[in-house]
Ligand binder design. Structure first.
Ligand code: HEM
Length: 360
């Protein structure tokens, strides 16, 4: 009798278990025992005989309700198990929404501001207009080489970088997907390879120009007079005025930030082994935030620099073209520097070519 009741108890329990397994299996498959899979808000559908998938977990529900979506991997790369996380969704929002707006506002805003300046005020001209006809060496061959190496690379990096942000939206509808795919592939190669000569040029510029770009008292006076726009006349300046120093430091700090974040992206996850550095998926996203944001800001700043160094200011281009500028231009824009060069001439030979006049 006792044996019979135990037997019927075991039978009833087995039947219950057999009925429960198909219902519980989907929930267990996503359960916490599943190698760290996150199911804070496990999704369960009602069991129904008429719809065999009704109790299965809906992918959309998971995306909406789970904080993180992870799977289970048997390969050594554990981070491959992470499928979705909130930071990833935030990054997608930045990449597809905020970044294109930021880029458009900075880049187009700068172009419009410069166009407005040009059409209302025109070029910045030499005061007392006449050129002296005498030349002074402003930048030697190494300085010009470093400048043009960095500048040329930066322009290609900027165009190929903007292609990442705007290409699919603006260029692809015009040239078609096939041509866009070919162009984008070459643009990507150019972006990855020209990053190296850009970093080299940046380092040389830092070495040759950092001394002349340290802030000093003349910068305060220059800034107070708005570089000559407020109060009339050119405020005295040494080799680089405060405006140029701002350009230099933007290029240096922006360039270093681009280089660091770019290297992290060129060698993804490779820094994760270094102590204290967390270059997991979130670290990679952080590198992209920095790279893209600094990139569009620096592009806008360099558009202003290119404008002033070419169309915007009479006589400026020669400094980076031939390396020599007219003495009258140098006196107007860098009076203290000309005096320093004069002092050097008095005490010894001035650095320069045969054609450059010794500053008198
Ligand atoms: C392609 C167009 C460019 C032109 C026509 C141009 C022109 C010039 C000129 C004329 C100067 C000397 C100004 C002086 O006499 O003091 C200069 C300086 C300089 N350039 Fe450029 N540049 C260009 C692009 C770039 C780019 C893309 C970068 C950096 C990414 C750059 C970085 C610098 C720096 C750091 C200086 C020294 C600081 C200063 O004068 O503002 N340039 N450039």
């Amino acid at each position: 009798m006792r044996f019979a009741s135990i037997r019927s108890l075991v039978l009833a329990f087995s039947l219950l278990l057999a009925a429960a397994v198909p219902v519980l299996t989907p929930a267990f498959a996503q359960g916490p025992a599943n190698s760290g899979g996150t199911t804070q808000n496990a999704v369960q559908g009602p069991a129904s005989g008429s719809n065999p998938t009704a109790s299965a977990v809906s992918e959309e529900q998971l995306f909406r309700q789970l904080d993180k979506l992870t799977g289970r991997v048997t390969i050594p790369d554990a981070k491959a198990a992470l499928l979705q996380q909130p930071q990833g969704r935030d990054y997608r929002g930045f990449r597809e929404g905020v970044l294109p707006w930021l880029g458009a506002i900075f880049v187009l805003g700068m172009i419009l501001a410069l166009a407005a300046f040009y059409f209302t005020k025109g070029r910045i001209r030499l005061e007392h207009s006449e050129e002296s006809g005498r030349k002074i060496l402003r930048f030697n061959a190494l300085e010009r080489f470093a400048h043009w190496l960095t500048a040329m690379c930066f322009i290609v990096l900027a165009i190929s970088g903007l292609n990442y942000i705007f290409g699919k939206r603006l260029l692809m509808p015009i040239i078609g997907p096939d041509a866009f795919a070919v162009w984008s592939q070459y643009a990507k190669y150019a972006h990855n390879f020209l990053a190296w000569p850009f970093m080299l040029g940046l380092l040389v510029m830092i070495v040759v120009w950092i001394r002349d770009n340290l802030p000093d008292r003349t910068d305060v006076a220059w800034l107070k007079q708005g570089g000559g726009f407020l109060g009339g006349g050119h405020p005295p300046a040494r080799r680089f005025n405060a405006g140029q120093k701002l350009i230099f430091w933007s290029v240096v700090l922006g360039g270093l930030a681009l280089a660091a974040s770019g290297l992290i992206m060129l060698f993804p996850f490779s820094a994760s082994g270094i102590q204290g550095l967390q270059f997991d998926v979130n670290g990679m996203q952080l590198a992209q935030y920095v790279h893209a944001t600094v990139g569009v800001i620096l592009i806008a700043i360099m558009i202003a620099h290119i404008y002033i160094g070419s169309l915007g200011m009479e006589g400026a281009y020669d400094a980076m073209g031939s390396g020599e500028v007219d003495l009258a231009w140098a006196r107007a824009h860098h009076s203290l520097w000309v005096e320093e060069q004069q002092a050097k001439t008095a005490s010894g030979p001035q650095v320069g070519t045969g054609r450059a006049a010794p500053a008198e």
